[in-house]
Design a protein around this ligand. Structure first.
Ligand code: HEC
Length: 104
């Protein structure tokens, strides 16, 4: 019984993460893709790639933009209305994108 309960909890936690990625993806497509690309590869020359970026880093930067600790006119405006939950979802999505790197 304990084992079953534990498996159920793991499954629920896993589903919660998968949910975050799906919801983050939808939000990113609507609000971030214009500059950071549909799969996190920047389409704007002065915007950074976010594909495969550590979720913890993305969420920290978004919170810094939101609070004004990190200054950038565009990103301060974009991050301002984001909730903690939305930031987690966006960070989960960009962190989940798989990237490969190849030396020239
Ligand atoms: C209009 C263009 C534009 C849009 C839309 C946009 N960004 Fe940005 N983003 C930028 C630019 C430009 C920078 C570089 C800012 C700087 O120098 O700090 C940036 C920086 C960032 C960074 C910091 C990356 C790093 O390497 O430190 C994160 C994280 C980020 N954006 C997330 C997002 C998310 C999430 C969204 C959607 C909710 C979004 N951005 C929408 C233009 C945009």
């Amino acid at each position: 019984m304990k084992k079953l309960l534990f498996s159920l909890l793991v499954l629920l936690a896993f589903n919660a993460v998968a949910d975050d990625v799906t919801q983050g993806r939808a939000k990113a497509e609507a609000a971030c893709a214009l500059c950071h690309g549909a799969t996190g590869l920047a389409t704007l020359p002065n915007a950074p790639n976010l594909a495969g970026q550590q979720a913890i880093y993305v969420s920290e930067q978004l919170k810094n933009y939101r609070s004004g600790k990190r200054q950038n006119e565009v990103m301060n405006m974009i991050a301002k209305p984001l909730t903690d939950a939305e930031i987690s979802q966006l960070a989960a999505w960009f962190g989940a994108i798989k990237v490969t790197a190849e030396a020239p």
